[in-house]
Design a protein around this ligand. Sequence first.
Ligand SMILES: Cc1cc2nc3c(=O)[nH]c(=O)nc-3n(C[C@H](O)[C@H](O)[C@H](O)COP(=O)(O)OP(=O)(O)OC[C@H]3O[C@@H](n4cnc5c(N)ncnc54)[C@H](O)[C@@H]3O)c2cc1C
Ligand code: SF4
Length: 320
Amino acid sequence: MIITSAHNPDSSIRHNSSSGGIFSMLAADVIGKGGIVYGAAFDQTWSVRHRRVDSIEGLASLRGSKYVFSDFANSIKCVLQDLDAGKKVLFCGTPCQVAAVRKQTGQSPRLLAVEIVCHGAPKPEFWQKYLQELCGKKNRTIADVKAVCFRDKRTGWKDYSFTVAFNDGKIFTQRHDDNLYMRAFINRLILREGCFHCPFKYPQGSTADITLGDFWGITQLAPDIDNDLGTTIIIAHTQVGEDAISFIGHAKSYALESVAKYNPAITTSACMPSERQHFLADAQTAPFLHVLKKYAKRPLSERIYLSLARAKCKIFKLVK
Ligand SMILES: Cc1cc2nc3c(=O)[nH]c(=O)nc-3n(C[C@H](O)[C@H](O)[C@H](O)COP(=O)(O)OP(=O)(O)OC[C@H]3O[C@@H](n4cnc5c(N)ncnc54)[C@H](O)[C@@H]3O)c2cc1C
Ligand code: SF4
């Protein structure tokens, strides 16, 4: 087993990826060898579903985390067809999706199964309600959306933003901890029920060859390589996985306990928030933005503290 960290040398790909852009390196390697890549992409209605990609250009749509459970049902049949046709296949998804694919394919030597570290995935209906109501509030519809980025790094990798760009050039962007959808995701309100007792956690439950996540322990474990542009933690746990990352190199290595200490989602399920049942009941009847405000809005004391801190920071920059 190898636990290491790395980033993509192409800074534009790294910028458009959630952590260090290692998914894109693995995917480009497979495509370069004539293989096929499956990963999560937005469709025309901004729903998230798995897509089959056979070109380097096509990988752009797969880059970046989409914080919605992806519809991957149709891709299992296609993965089997590609493997039967003798192609190398990289499937990337949540650990439960990888387990579902693995159940059908068995230990095929042509399959590279890549799972992402998974805090839990929001129910698609919550994402659709949020996006619809957000667009409505801006006097727009979902058809007016040009791009969505859950991990906009223009404000940094650690302090990332949530951004929606519209066809008319207008942009809605908020720091992740100011955005109601992201706060509800991080505070676990909108996750699927099964995520609170996930049986697919690494190491016992994982069926993947490689696990990829944000290297959130970087400040403590490897401050020398941290420039806040994004770094991926890579766990290669089979021979297929170790061979697949060999071209990336692994100068640094870490113990599982130390990386999991700063990124508990690697090994542990999210715990259910106490207010979840009330949240779900309210979400059935009231407008979703209203419900998010009630349960996920930053408390007043924190908002005051944050505005003061931000104002102080601005004044400091002006004086400097
Ligand atoms: C719902 C969710 C929860 C996550 N929770 C954590 C966490 O708690 N801790 C952590 O360290 N990392 C978490 N991640 C993973 C992390 O955000 C990065 O995806 C990972 O570090 C790989 O980054 P990258 O830069 O190498 O590649 P990226 O380009 O960022 O990864 C792209 C690939 O991720 C997969 N992906 C993206 N969205 C989805 C989706 N909705 N469903 C299935 N697969 C998807 C796709 O196959 C996609 O092609 C989560 C990701 C998702 C989608
Ligand atoms: S937490 Fe587990 S069950 Fe939930 S989406 Fe992630 S892998 Fe699947």
